[in-house]
Write a protein that binds this ligand. Structure first.
Ligand code: SF4
Length: 347
């Protein structure tokens, strides 16, 4: 299948009928995942703190240090959450927090080391805005920061905080967070140091369709250079209790826009092997349909999820339900690792 240009992808998005677009994405998915396997991972989101100086307009999760509602998880609490995760077959923890006003790299090294001392578990942690923030407060380069975090136990980096990789959008939504170039620099450095990462896109707010496509194009360009992205995870902005939602930015579209965006991402990102369906924002029915619009992965079982829930969305699915969604759609469910290696079937 020939690579599609950004302008052709935009035209396809705007002009193609939904089913035709889905069919094309499904063909692209089959080229990479013709075996009908749909994967998922057992893991838990651990938000080590909600104290954050960034104040992103779309975020209902963060609290300021002075709010009285901020928290920092203790080592004991983190250990307990990991032990619970392992008890149900979990192989990974996803750790993200706010941009803490005072923590320097030593705090994060300590947290990672303490986890590795207690547990054999993959640590998928610290998205690019967190890495940039740590580097800045610690007076280190991005590369030095990531190297030290790897040394302390970091295994891979989640692609959070990408939102839309266009600074017109970022400067309005999250002016205190790293810009698009910095986000990409973190990922380039991580890939150069041998880490795999994911990439995300939060859409359906103030961005144009052209900017959505530009986001994908920038990821594709970096992936051509490094090959370090394992998966792309798009989801629509959850308006709920966020400053942006309250400011009157309306949800433009619903599930159909999600499926169209997902399909375009599968067609456009021909060099990123996996596309995740977002059941946590879309629920079971739409995430099942997503499997026919380019997705080959259901993401995490999310034993714990705080960020989307804070915005007022509360889809919950058990592993059994996730497997049922996959099987009922005619696919084969398989547990996986963060590196997309298939794991033995649960007993
Ligand atoms: S999205 Fe992240 S960086 Fe932005 S306010 Fe929320 S916790 Fe802070």
């Amino acid at each position: 299948m020939a690579r599609i240009s950004a302008s052709d992808a935009l035209a396809l998005f705007q002009e193609s009928d939904l089913l035709g677009l889905g069919q094309r994405a499904d063909e692209a998915r089959k080229l990479l995942h013709g075996d009908g396997v749909v994967t998922y991972i057992i893991d838990r989101n651990i938000n080590y703190t909600n104290i954050c100086v960034s104040g992103c307009l779309f975020c209902a999760f963060y609290r300021t240090a002075k709010s009285g509602e901020g928290y920092v998880l203790s080592s004991e609490e983190i250990n307990e959450k990991i032990a619970e995760t392992k008890d149900v077959g979990g192989v990974q923890i996803l750790m993200q927090g706010g941009l803490h006003p005072t923590w320097r790299i030593g705090e994060y090294e300590k947290m990672l080391r303490e986890i590795k001392a207690e547990h054999e578990i993959h640590i998928h942690a610290l998205s690019p805005p967190e890495i940039c923030h740590i580097a800045e407060l610690s007076g280190l380069s991005i590369k030095e920061t990531i190297s030290r975090l790897i040394e302390a136990g970091l295994d891979s980096i989640p692609g959070g905080g990408a939102e839309i990789l266009v600074d017109r959008v970022r400067s309005r939504l999250s002016p205190n967070k790293c810009n698009a170039d910095k986000w990409l620099e973190v990922m380039r450095s991580a890939h150069g140091l041998g880490l795999k990462t994911t990439a995300t896109m939060m859409f359906d707010h103030i961005e144009t369709l052209e900017e959505r496509i530009r986001h994908m194009e920038r990821l594709r360009e970096l992936q051509d250079d490094t090959g370090g992205f394992t998966a792309f995870i798009p989801w629509p902005f959850q308006h709920g209790a966020t400053a942006l939602g309250k400011s009157g930015v309306e949800k433009k579209t619903g599930s159909l826009d999600y499926l169209r965006t997902l399909a375009i991402s599968r067609i456009m990102l021909d060099n990123i092997p996996n596309i995740q369906a977002s059941w946590v924002t879309q629920g079971s029915k739409v995430s099942q349909m997503a499997l026919f619009f380019g997705a080959n992965d259901m993401g995490s079982t999310m034993l714990e999820e705080n960020v989307v829930r804070a915005a007022g969305v509360s889809f919950r699915l058990s592993e059994k339900e996730i497997r049922g969604i996959i099987t009922d759609a005619g696919f084969v469910p398989r547990r996986r690792t963060q590196a997309y290696a298939l794991l033995p079937e649960p007993a």
